[in-house]
Design a protein around this ligand. Structure first.
Ligand code: CO
Length: 134
């Protein structure tokens, strides 16, 4: 793992959360992006070496909708930047972590992503991410 790439935060309304985060951070987001496959709309803020990713569900069967239903708004996942996502996934699997998708999928902000089940990581959904090289 290289650094915390971003912290994902589940919100009911990106519009309202943007107003809050603009006040909190003192500047605006640098992009919004919809990830149709995950049923989410995202809003990204730079914060030093890391980012904040706000996530709003776009459909009722979205993982974010289910998360908010169960736990309410709040921290949804921690994403770590990795150099070689396939190698890191194999290493973590060997260590006994439960990998949710062994084949990296396209996430927001031009990344390959793999998720680890919170049951195997002490209750925190973990995302590994690597920049997509065009
Ligand atoms: Co994320």
């Amino acid at each position: 793992m290289q650094k915390i790439e971003h912290i994902g935060i589940a919100v009911k309304s990106i519009k309202e959360a943007n107003l809050l985060y603009e006040k909190l951070l003192g500047y605006s987001h640098y992009k919004t992006e919809e990830v149709k496959s995950e049923g989410v709309k995202t809003s990204f803020y730079i914060c030093g070496e890391s980012k904040i990713e706000l996530l709003e569900a776009t459909r009722s069967d979205s993982p974010i909708a289910k998360f908010i239903e169960k736990k309410g708004e709040g921290i949804h996942h921690i994403a770590y930047a990795v150099k070689d996502i396939n190698k890191e996934t194999q290493r973590l699997e060997k260590e006994g972590f439960k990998v949710l998708n062994k084949t990296p999928k396209r996430g927001a902000d031009n990344k390959w992503v793999v998720f680890l089940h919170p049951k195997s990581t002490g209750g925190v959904l973990v995302e590994l991410c690597q920049d997509v090289k065009e």
